[in-house]
Design a protein around this ligand. Structure first.
Ligand code: FAD
Ligand code: DHB
Length: 389
């Protein structure tokens, strides 16, 4: 098979890129290792910046977002029993939208056939070839048969564990990493949220987040040691823990109920600066990971593909390769700022096992400063709603 852009991975970055290219009349094919149900079963991000909602709108795939997205004009940082409200709309003129990554992915997947976006699911042993030539290709096995896609460009949108980043020679890798000594245990349940807005809480028992997917579906997370496993956390224990954290500070208190999903995710900061190698371009989690505290992962994937699709469109429409040449530098400038904010909020809101009483006082002093300073609140709000493209 021949196409212009071969896209590896049908997460948010691959799907958005595919749709943006198709909307500009550029042929592309997505190859995805998993089945559609598996892709939709992953419960991940929940907060969308304007860059992400703007792309969905531009594509005209925003009916679900408009009908079900919850517009958020503020969120809260909790310091013990005090809620510090960050009034994002008053401070920045912008808002964020609560609409799950699962829903974004489903909307993009559902719109693919009518827009001629071909997705090959359950493609095994995906491999990249001849990246430094002008005819790179992707091979994969489907139902035991080997297929090859010849393309002008390959977009590596295959997440942190995919083959694209690994296809770049180690000698060229510029890699930065920080692992955190804890993970987030998350639960999704059809119960009303405890509070009308998100609460990021730093408490004596560690970090906790109260989020939601709708007025009837809640998403909560708590900080757990990396050694904890799901069988140590039966739903009853988790609901008790959440009630302990949020009952004193939330408007309605925590309502428990059967879990739709429970999972533990490790926290990491990671940047692979080599986002271009020959005809391969990386986007999204394939090139960078942020700890989820700033809700930036999915939104960074969206800004990467906004830059990359513009650059590919300039190449095909005008034969202009300046934006392709500048993609890495442009994307990294935004990525590092989002890395900084995610790292900052993670440091501010979690209990680190290596920290002592002094570091804890530093967190309290900083939260006190945030509570008393509109300038600090504006800095947090500006980063939370997302820096401009
Ligand atoms: P992905 O969503 O990872 O998509 C990559 C796709 O590539 C997948 O569909 C995968 O199956 C496919 N793929 C992988 N290997 C291959 C292969 N060999 N061949 C073909 N296809 C392949 N962000 C937040 O903002 N808030 C959160 O709460 C949050 N929670 C998260 C929890 C977890 C467990 C993880 C892993 C991430 C979380 N994130 C969160 C981050 C956010 O979900 C990601 O930033 C976002 O999914 C990035 O999108 P992506 O398309 O770049 O990568
Ligand atoms: C959610 C996840 C986040 O990482 C975050 O910062 C806010 C909300 C969520 O899943 O709802």
């Amino acid at each position: 098979m021949k196409t212009r852009v071969a896209i590896i991975g049908s997460g948010p970055s691959g799907l958005l890129l595919g749709h943006l290219l198709r909307a500009a009349g550029i042929d592309c094919v997505i190859v995805e290792r998993q089945s559609p149900d598996y892709v939709l079963g992953r419960i991940r991000a929940g907060v969308l910046e304007t860059v992400t909602t703007g792309l969905m709108e531009q594509l005209g795939i925003d009916a679900g977002l408009k009908a079900k997205g919850l517009l958020e004009e503020g969120f809260n940082l909790a310091d013990g029993e005090r809620l510090i409200r960050i009034e994002i709309t008053r401070l920045t003129g912008k808002h964020v939208v609560v609409y799950g990554q699962t829903e974004v992915t489903r909307d993009l997947m559902d719109a693919a056939p009518e827009r001629g976006l071909q997705i090959v699911y359950e493609a095994k042993e995906v491999a990249l070839h001849d990246l430094e030539s002008d005819r790179p290709s992707v091979t994969y096995l489907k139902d035991g048969v080997e297929h090859r896609i010849e393309a002008d460009f390959i977009a590596g949108c295959d997440g942190f564990h995919g083959p694209s980043r690994k296809a770049i020679p180690g000698a060229q890798a510029r890699e930065f990493e920080r692992e955190y000594p804890f993970g987030w245990l998350g639960i999704l349940a059809d119960v009303p949220p405890c509070h009308p807005e998100l609460i990021y809480a730093n408490g004596a028992r560690g970090f906790a987040l109260a989020s939601m997917r709708s007025t009837t579906r809640s998403r909560y997370y708590i900080q757990v040691p990396l050694t904890d496993t799901l069988d140590q956390w039966p739903a009853a224990r988790l609901w008790d823990e959440l009630a302990e954290r949020f009952d004193p500070i939330s408007e309605h208190g925590v309502t428990g109920g059967p879990a739709l999903e429970v999972s533990i995710a490790p926290l990491r900061s990671y940047v692979f600066e080599t986002m271009r190698h020959g005809r391969l371009f990386l986007a999204g989690d394939a090139a960078h990971i942020v700890p989820p505290t700033g809700a930036k992962g999915l939104n960074l994937a969206a800004s990467d593909v906004a830059y990359l699709s513009d650059a590919l469109i300039a190449h095909y429409r005008h034969g202009d390769d300046a934006a392709l040449a500048g993609y890495e530098a442009k994307a990294l400038a935004r990525i590092w700022k989002a890395e900084r904010f995610s790292w900052y909020l993670t440091k501010l809101m979690h209990r680190f096992p290596e920290d002592g009483r002094f570091e804890h006082r530093m967190q309290q002093a900083e939260l006190d400063y945030v509570a008393s300073s509109e300038a600090m609140q504006r800095v947090i709000a500006e980063n939370y709603v997302g820096l401009p493209l």
